[in-house]
Design a protein around this ligand. Structure first.
Ligand SMILES: *Cc1c(COP(=O)(O)O)cnc(C)c1O
Length: 477
């Protein structure tokens, strides 16, 4: 009679497996440490399944095999997973354009090329080629920012959260900042205006009510300790109904009267007027400047469509103070980001090109017929694949995402897949675990793939991956 112990004794050791020809071949292609780990993990899995056997029920012939080939096959799967890069591309079929979990904006070709060029060699990152002396890293984009927005000065740091932090710390350390209760924004990932303010050593002075704040609420709160009036764009939500917020221009009027600077945290930082493309509700950086805001902060990777960055535009006097804050070194922008950001900003010199070349803007402004062509292409590619699902193209809505345009639903056409004989959740999981992962969503038992965020060169990968997955799933049915 077999006992657990006898099964355990049957398990090969790592050293024994290392002598196998296939394993020796792995060692030519993979680091030894990963091969050893994969073998150890595969053996351990088998050991655990042996230990789980209930001896009291009498030992059944094992449902799993302890033969070396089986363990080696499993180790190969593990090795392939271990050898994959952790951070890797995925296909975004969610229709959410600025998807924070999926890396927010994807970059224009120009931006990618410039990043590569600057990464491969030395650069004039902090070197003034004209003068042959030390230069400043943010100078590469300051003039460009001023030209695009009409600002007096500009600056850039690691991200917008850092921009808000250093601005508050510079302008209002140990002093009060007046903010409306309707604008105490939380952005995903624990960025909350009140908490950032606390860490910046500025004191929050909330005014108004959640739904309504009037100019007189700000005015009444001003005292000798007030350092700044702050407006925060409620980028990821909107208070509607019985509501009132104070426009930036009104706040600027109050600032002038009381001799206080006014800052506007715009969040997304849209550089072009999206109304032209039928999208309402996102203020542009230039509008905020024209209204007289002294300092405006915004993200590089939201609607701007560049890499992660925090940008400032505004009055030189205040920008200079921020640049000279020692904290600026701790949150400085990296050279690869700067390379991508400059190339992205350059696209905006010609708005038509920007809308075509910057993927975030392109996906936002895509027309329904353009999206439908992609949807039909995917659906046609799947029609003959299997009788295990039904494919159709249906009307849906996509979202801008990234905490921008919360009220805008963009009309789209999605590929809807209704699985037959297996569940939508099982299918969604296989899509997600595909290489490359394909991220869609489930609605009413169907998988929805929104081509708005699927790039042209990804369409065939989507089709082929789904055909593959379904044939694998069908094999089990
Ligand atoms: C997104 C956002 C931030 C944070 O910007 P990051 O670039 O993600 O650091 C701050 N304020 C507002 C209003 C935002 O929308």
């Amino acid at each position: 009679m077999k006992t657990k112990e006898s099964y355990l004794r049957q398990l090969p050791s790592v050293d024994e497996l290392l002598k196998e020809a296939v394993v020796l071949k792995w060692l030519e292609e993979h680091p030894r440490a990963l091969v050893l780990e994969a073998l150890r993990m595969a053996i351990e899995e088998k050991r655990k399944s042996v230990l789980k056997i209930d001896e009291a029920k009498g030992l059944q012939p094992l449902a799993f095999s302890l033969q070396p080939e089986n363990i080696i096959n499993r180790a190969e799967e593990i090795l392939n997973t271990l050898s994959q890069l952790n951070l890797r591309p995925v296909i975004n079929a969610t229709g959410v354009i600025v998807h924070t979990n999926l890396g927010r904006s994807i970059l224009s070709e120009g931006a990618v090329k410039n990043i590569e060029a600057v990464a491969k060699g030395y650069s004039n990152l902090e070197y003034d080629i004209e003068k042959g002396e030390r230069g400043k890293r943010y100078h590469h984009i300051e003039k460009l920012l001023c030209r695009l927005t009409g600002a007096e000065a500009g600056f850039v740091v690691n991200n917008n959260a850092a921009a808000v932090l250093i601005a508050l710390n510079t302008l209002a350390q140990n002093k009060e900042v007046i903010v409306s209760r309707g604008e105490l924004v939380e952005i995903g990932g624990s960025f909350r205006i009140p908490e950032v303010m606390e860490r910046s050593n500025a004191r929050l002075r909330e005014v108004g009510a959640t739904n309504k704040t009037h100019l007189k609420d700000y005015e009444k709160a001003v005292n000798d300790n007030t350092a700044l009036l702050l407006k925060v764009h409620t980028s990821n939500y909107k208070i509607v109904g019985f509501a009132k917020e104070v426009a930036i221009s009104e706040l600027v009027g109050l600032g002038k009267k009381k001799n206080l600077p006014v800052m506007f945290d715009l969040g997304s930082g849209c550089l072009i007027d999206l109304r032209k493309y039928g999208i309402e509700g996102e203020p542009t950086v230039s509008e905020a400047l024209d209204a007289g805001a002294d300092i405006i902060t915004f993200s590089g990777d939201k609607l701007l469509g560049g890499p992660q960055a925090g940008l400032f535009v505004g009055k030189k006097k205040y920008i200079d103070m921020i640049v000279n804050n020692p904290l600026s070194r701790a949150i400085r922008i990296d050279k690869l980001t700067l390379a991508g950001l400059e190339a992205t900003l350059r696209e905006y010199l010609d708005e038509e090109k920007a809308v075509k070349n910057i993927p975030t803007l392109y996906m936002l402004c895509q027309t329904l017929p353009e999206i439908e062509i992609k949807a039909v292409y995917i659906a046609d590619g799947l029609k003959t694949a299997s009788n295990r699902f039904e494919v159709s193209v249906i009307d849906e809505t996509s979202q801008s995402g990234g905490g921008a345009l919360p009220l805008v639903n963009l009309q789209t056409k999605v590929v809807a897949i209704l699985p037959k004989g297996f569940s939508a959740t099982a299918f969604e999981e296989m899509l997600r675990k595909n290489n490359p992962p394909i991220i869609g969503r489930i609605k009413e038992g169907r998988i929805l793939l929104d081509p708005r965020t699927i790039q042209r060169d990804e369409l065939d990968t989507v089709i082929n991956s789904i055909r593959d997955i379904v044939s694998r799933l069908s094999a089990y049915l």
